[in-house]
Design a protein around this ligand. Sequence first.
Ligand code: ADP
Length: 491
Amino acid sequence: MGDIKKIAIANRGEVAVRIIRACQELGLESVLLHSKADINSRAYRMSDAQICIGDSPVGESYLSIERNIDGALAAGADAVHPGFGFLSENADFAQALQDANIDFIGPSPEAIRTMGDKIAAKKIIAKANVPSVPGYNGADQSPEALAKEAEKIGYPVIVKAAAGGGGRGMKVIVDSTSAIEMIAAAKREGLSAFGSDQVFLEKYLNRAKHIEVQIFGDLSGNVVHLFDRECSVQRRHQKIIEEAVSGSISHELRSKMTDAAVKLAKAVKYVGAGTVEFLVQDDEFYFLEMNTRLQVEHPVTELVLGVDLVKAQILNQMNRFNVWEQDLLIPRGHAIECRLYAEDPFSVGMPSTGTIGFQSWPDAPGRRFDYGYEAGDAVTPFYDSMMAKIIVWDETRSRAISKMLKTLDETILFGVKSNIPFLKQILSHPEFVDGSFNTQFINQHFAEGAIPFNNSDQVSAIGEMCIDKIADVAPGSQSFKSPWAQSWSNT
Ligand code: ADP
């Protein structure tokens, strides 16, 4: 902890670019720790220095603690920013950096370790009287005993790896017939992906919304919340579209959730940016987990609050940051983020690889493009297929939806297929427009991915309903009834 002049970035793609931008604005040097595949990448070209830490497969580069530490030492870096994914929630990495006298831009290894164990996190939050999803997290880990507990909870039940993350290591069990096999499979998956076969069970809430609270802690022990994001548009438990702030919770519920998140962060002496995730069903909220890092969807919070979370993380690490005053953090307008994936939109997210021939981001007021690839760069099969994020801000949710649709329409991308047609159908769906969607939304309406254009009846039905609703929100219109438009239009 102290002065930082040079930051090594243990990540790639658009988040590496985001961190490089923050370094540039703060007058700090950035060093990209990259794999062989990423020599042709925007982050490579933008960083001040680059160190190749290994081959393209993640195990030989981005997921290797040793190679990243060696890279950071070779770079002479004072600190490492881990971004999200890869080693960002790895307590051993944070510890190894500390041992090498290099700052980890994030919380302490202890806080990461405690929160990375979802069962331990639930125990801490229970002490603060915050409810978790009801279930079983006891010591008896035999598949047979767990299946009995599942029966007691009542199906559907979700089995999760205690050390899991990123939507992996989870299985939904709908009845007793396959319970034992599914639990055994979840344990095997947990062991191979996360090094632990410990699992726990939760009641599967099948009408829930995913709403999370951004928190930030400074080195003096002050913790504030930066309101919430709604991330209920998910495919296979992974987010696709996120918004700030959620329009589906009452003022009272928001207060309870933000209070709970701050209490949890204080209980683990949390430092830096973190996110407390909840499920909300029937006006009740349930703790899911805490992510001890920057989230993919952090830009929507930045846009509605006018903050820069990445610069705040870096300055905080340098002990040059006084956390924002809670009362001065007031969300204004509405922000939406779409994750742009290189994939076939019509076949359930089949990744699409290739070289970007040409791309054009249609810049205009209230639009932000966080991207990691440029023309000539290859999208390879080695990494996650998220190429970029498109984020928009406008004064009301309805206008933000319209702006996002227009932005996606004007975005040009040659060389790989993208999920733009899928995103446009989601944004135009009446349940998305009126805000009634929950985490089952994709499963219920787009189980096969985007609806092919030759199925024109369905597509135009979606479009028409959307146009009706959005047209209602012309400035001054009295007819629009959505609380999402009303609660924020006058702030
Ligand atoms: P991960 O750490 O892998 O992201 P989470 O526990 O955060 O896993 O859950 C990811 C998503 O999975 C949630 O946003 C939600 O859609 C779904 N999910 C998790 N637990 C439950 C549950 N008990 N009931 C319903 N959906 C759940």
